[in-house]
Design a protein around this ligand. Structure first.
Ligand SMILES: C[S@@+](CC[C@H](N)C(=O)[O-])C[C@H]1O[C@@H](n2cnc3c(N)ncnc32)[C@H](O)[C@@H]1O
Length: 205
């Protein structure tokens, strides 16, 4: 299983944004929407072996996290507006209590009250990889590809303290190249490397 965790530092955990102007009304939900496409969608198909976690830390609402399960999701379309609509609908549902964990919003899409702390238990069986340009080159890295979790920042990177916390949990810094890329491009390169190493993972379900 591949898991991608994308931390949106300013993304408001609220459905109260304009689909006609996603970047400036949502705290950059557009970055998360494009990351969903890169993490879960390939040409005319969904990656059934992948989860995407979208951590929304923006004020004024409390943090919430949307989880999309590629094995269960239906009707995910690749355009940014459609993916943002999926996120908007999930965020419009009543806020679950923090103790409830992830609650289904629709098939394959679940929402939890809370930030990275509600994601970490789901990564417990995974090797953790922290994506950053100065990390170990993914081309030469030994990866535990069958159960791997990749944590990425948004256009602002990771919030203060999270990098250190993940390193403390044993995360390996991993690079997809020397240049700082957009989050969704880094995700695509991780998938590409894993696909090349295990072409059987590319067999349509
Ligand atoms: C646009 S970059 C963040 C740039 C931000 N100004 C910073 O200094 O962290 C978005 C995210 O994509 C990932 N990323 C970007 N380029 C990468 C690279 N070359 N290797 C690994 N991860 C990368 C990182 O997780 C990063 O937080």
């Amino acid at each position: 299983m591949r898991r991608f965790v994308i931390v949106g530092q300013k993304v408001r955990a609220s459905p109260d944004f304009l689909l006609a102007d996603i970047p400036s009304t949502s705290g950059r939900m557009d970055v998360l929407a494009r990351s969903v496409r890169a993490a879960l969608l390939v040409s005319h198909a969904v990656r059934r072996d992948t989860f995407a976690y979208l951590v929304m830390l923006g004020l004024p609402e409390r943090p919430r996290t949307v989880r999309i399960d590629g094995s269960a999701s239906r009707y995910l379309r690749p355009d940014e507006r459609s993916l943002a609509t999926t996120l908007q609908k999930a965020l419009a549902l009543p806020v679950p209590p923090e103790s409830a964990g992830f609650c289904d919003a629709r098939r394959g899409v679940a929402v939890a009250e809370g930030g990275i702390d509600c994601v970490l238990p789901e990564l417990a069986a995974s090797a953790l990889y922290l994506l950053e340009p100065s990390g170990t080159d993914i081309r030469s890295a030994k990866l535990q590809a069958d159960e791997a979790s990749f944590i990425l920042g948004d256009h602002l990177g990771l919030p203060p303290g999270l990098r250190e916390r993940l390193l403390g949990l044993g995360a390996t810094p991993l690079s997809v190249g020397p240049r700082a890329l957009h989050t969704e491009d880094a995700i695509a390169l991780v998938h590409n490397e894993l696909d090349r190493r295990d072409p059987t993972s590319c067999t349509p379900a």
